[in-house]
Design a protein around this ligand. Structure first.
Ligand SMILES: Nc1nc2c(ncn2[C@@H]2O[C@H](COP(=O)(O)OP(=O)(O)OP(=O)(O)O)[C@@H](O)[C@H]2O)c(=O)[nH]1
Ligand SMILES: [Mg+2]
Length: 251
């Protein structure tokens, strides 16, 4: 059985650093894990990727050969992933079989994985009951109520698109003051008042947005810092609950 955890979030939200610190943390806990880099355009990754999409797709060659700009090249690279689904699936299955979890670091621009077809095809090539999403709320975006609401709605959109169970994390919490983390958690629990305070929102609109956010109350929201290690214990406990029913990590 291959247990897969996809880390998905807006550009710069901390996917790669979180993959790296989770890898270190889980290894110290004795977990056997596989890490996958699915970002063809990344220059440097701070963790050892067991499977790396850059072994299949040469982003720099795409830029040179087709004279593409950075966005065009990223879209072309993301779409090219679709040609290697069988190989990636085989690689993941081979290593994932003997791992407690496969951590998948997804491309910088979230829409490349979540909304173009290759990401969907990868996620659809594994059973849904052994896959889940960790959606990253970038603390620099969600410390303001308007950012919090829009990223929450984005998280819902990605969940609808990929149709997988999800856990939410607030990343880089070392950059927030404790009261800011408390505010985010309070907005999540009772979004209506905060939404109504937003300039120009009708009562009807805030009620609808509030309902969506309130509906997330069942989804864990875990504050983490890849830098300080805060929250990694909670996040890995959540992953272990999903995949190994909270039992010993190593398999
Ligand atoms: N202070 C702090 N900075 C962080 C943390 N995690 C990531 N960063 C910084 O945030 C920036 C983006 O981090 P990445 O891990 O590359 O984020 P990403 O989502 O993989 O970024 P892209 O793949 O380029 O979209 C980097 O400058 C990191 O050093 C954290 O926990 N605390
Ligand atoms: Mg990254």
């Amino acid at each position: 059985m291959t247990n897969i955890c996809y880390l998905v979030g807006t550009a710069g939200s901390g996917k790669t650093m979180l993959t790296s610190s989770l890898q270190q943390y889980l290894i110290t806990k004795g977990a056997s894990l596989t890490t996958v880099n699915l970002d063809p355009a990344v220059q440097y990754i701070p963790y050892k990727a067991d499977i790396d999409i850059r072994d299949y797709i040469d982003y720099d060659r795409l830029v040179d050969e087709y004279k593409l700009g950075p966005n065009g090249a990223m879209i072309a690279a993301a779409d090219l992933i679709a040609d290697y689904i069988a190989e990636i699936r085989e690689d993941i299955e081979e290593l994932g079989e003997s791992s407690a979890v496969v951590l998948v670091d997804t491309p910088g621009q979230m829409e490349l994985f979540a909304y173009r077809n290759s990401g969907l095809k990868i996620s659809e090539s594994f059973p849904k009951d052994t896959s889940f999403l960790t959606f990253l709320f970038d603390s620099s975006l969600v410390s303001q109520i308007s950012g919090f609401i829009s990223i929450s709605l984005l998280a819902t959109s990605v969940q609808i698109r990929l149709n997988l169970p999800v856990t939410h994390v607030i990343t880089k919490v070392d950059l927030l003051k404790p009261h800011q983390v408390d505010d985010i958690i309070a907005w999540r629990e009772d979004p209506y008042e905060a939404i109504e305070e937003l300039y120009g929102m009708t009562r009807e609109f805030s009620a609808r947005a509030g309902q969506i956010i309130e509906g997330m109350s069942e989804i864990p929201l875990i504050p983490v810092s890849a830098l300080s290690g805060e929250g990694l214990e909670l996040l890995s406990a959540q992953i272990s609950r999903v995949f190994v029913a909270g039992e010993d990590w190593s398999i």
